[in-house]
Design a protein around this ligand. Structure first.
Ligand code: HEM
Length: 505
């Protein structure tokens, strides 16, 4: 019988420590049973056929058949690293979040950088925003800051997000990307989405093509609230500044690298850390008093807008140091799950509509992409105890601590786990209005796009115009016309130059 199972009757393995099983020298099945022949299937005679009772073969093939999970609906291509975050000085004046109080404390973090549109195996240098997602394993649970390398976004209402992503991804009939083609679904959508004009001035500048994650900025994009122990709230926007400065490449180099070295940014991050060097970014914030939000010429909660830095100066908060590579890409990077809804006391979501939609979407997709108990995986689970009565579900792994009581409130377990005491005075927000579907009144889709164009150097303006003309030039003429209209509303010279490049009068 032992022959049938490809195992020997001798050999012991340790069941005591979880990962010892993986690291033992002796080959075993997933049940931990020793495998004595991993080269030959069990067959009737040496030439076959194969016997169904070769349980090792069946298990090996069946596990292999299931080695992929759904890729992320966006940001499928990514690279990650571990490290820590440390504040320069206490932020108690603005937030009671514990990890932002003590300059001596290092909070462990995991970061995942990504592109947005490309599939899991796509090129690192494609024109795209780059994701910049940071998970802080704080003493009050996990805080995720899920940002991008560009400071604004294409849309301001989450109801548009699925359409936007559909338009950016390969076509549903052919599975061919269409951004720069005669049938450009990207430009079709963008030309009908005037609030994206500002984002286009960033994405089609050379900021949209990079070759190293070490040399790009990060932005929270959405507005959050920081709340101190007295319950006083302030609006906050996040900026990450790379220690090594910002470096971009032009589209010709991006295209060349996409062919010659498509994994450039992934390898660059891995090899830098493997060589013993660290990768560092400084967290900066902009703050705005909530009382001032309606006094601005733009809507501060609109993620298609930046806050002018002369009025809302950057304040350095602390540094992030990446110093450890993942040991297993799938376990740590592919299964990493970030969500703007992962917040800790002292940090709250603002009313920013896009952010509110995001707070739902991430955990929802992760329950599908990874599974109900995705937060129990080592890369996702908090480094503090998780204590509640949410039970069971596929792949339940965490022990509950025993006992017969799985509800709250209770007396039978002495009322445990009980509600935690509040960290400070809760912030109170006043909301009023009719329930309606309506665009914000202060849309102003073009002013900041024009300002951005005029702030660029001559070279950067030339690249921006050239990059747009190169891509938009392949779209249908009516789409080109409506794009030129939008760009002209941002800046007349900008519109004229793109029109000239497209040979539009
Ligand atoms: C309504 C707007 C948005 C929706 C519905 C949305 C939804 C999603 C979804 C479903 C994922 C996949 C998550 C996963 O499978 O783990 C994702 C990933 C991501 N999103 Fe968004 N997103 C939105 C806007 C934004 C914005 C404005 C930013 C930047 C500030 C952003 C940054 C990211 C990043 C960095 C990731 C990758 C996280 C990782 O590395 O795993 N998203 N988004």
């Amino acid at each position: 019988m032992s022959e049938n199972y490809n195992t020997a009757c001798k050999g012991t393995i340790s069941l005591n420590k979880e990962w010892v099983i993986m690291k033992d020298k002796q080959l075993t099945t997933n049940q931990g049973v020793p495998v004595t022949d991993n080269q030959n299937s069990l067959t009737a005679g040496e030439r076959g056929p194969v016997s169904l009772q070769d349980v090792h073969l069946i298990e090996k093939l069946a596990h292999f058949d299931r080695e992929r999970i759904p890729e992320r609906v966006v940001h499928a291509r990514g690279a990650g690293a571990h490290g820590y975050f440390q504040v320069y000085e206490s932020m108690a004046k603005y937030t009671c979040a514990k990890f932002l109080q003590d300059p001596k404390k290092q909070t462990p973090i995991f970061v995942r950088f990504s592109t947005v549109v490309g599939a899991r195996g796509s090129a690192d240098t494609a024109r795209d925003p780059r994701g910049f997602a940071v998970k802080f394993y704080t003493e009050e649970g996990n805080y995720d800051l899920v940002g991008n390398n560009l400071p604004v976004f294409f849309i301001r209402d989450p109801i548009k997000f699925p359409d936007m992503v559909h338009a950016f991804k390969p076509a549903p009939d052919t599975n061919i990307p269409t951004s720069s083609s005669a049938n450009s679904r990207f430009w079709d959508f963008i030309s009908l989405t005037p609030e994206s004009t500002h984002m286009i001035t960033w994405l089609f500048s050379d900021r949209g093509t990079i070759k190293s994650y070490r040399k790009m900025e990060g932005f929270g994009v959405n507005t959050y609230n920081w709340v101190n122990a007295e319950g006083e709230a302030v609006y906050v926007k996040y900026h990450w500044k790379p220690r090594e400065g910002v470096e971009t490449i032009d589209r010709h180099e991006a295209t060349r690298l996409a062919g010659e070295d498509p994994d450039m940014a992934t390898r660059d991050l891995y090899e830098t850390i493997a060589s013993g060097k660290t990768v560092e970014y400084e967290m900066n914030i902009q703050l705005m008093e909530i009382a001032d939000e309606l006094k601005q010429s733009f809507d501060p909660l609109d993620p298609t807008k930046t806050w002018p830095e002369d009025k809302f100066p950057l304040m350095p908060v602390g540094k992030m140091v990446l110093n450890r590579n993942p040991e297993n890409y799938f376990a740590e990077v592919e299964q990493a799950a970030f969500s703007p809804g992962s917040i800790v006391p002292g940090i709250e979501l603002s009313a920013d509509k896009l952010l509110q939609g995001r707070a739902f979407s991430y955990a929802d997709t992760q329950r599908h992409r990874i599974g109900t108990n995705y937060l129990q995986l080592p890369v996702n689970r908090p480094k503090v105890a998780v204590s509640n009565n949410q039970r069971d579900g596929a792949m339940q792994y965490a022990p509950y601590g025993g006992g017969t009581v799985n509800y709250e409130p209770n007396t039978l377990a002495g009322g445990v786990p009980h509600e935690a005491p509040a960290t400070g005075t809760p912030a109170v927000y006043h909301v009023e209005g009719n329930i309606i579907r309506k665009k914000i009144t202060l849309k102003d889709d073009y002013t900041q796009a024009g300002e951005r164009y005029r702030s660029l150097s001559k070279r950067d303006q030339d690249h921006l115009v050239d990059n747009i003309v190169d891509s938009l030039g392949k779209a249908k003429k009516p789409i080109q016309h409506s794009m030129v209209d939008n760009l002209t509303k941002a800046d007349v010279e900008f519109g004229k130059r793109v029109a000239k490049g497209l040979e539009i009068k």
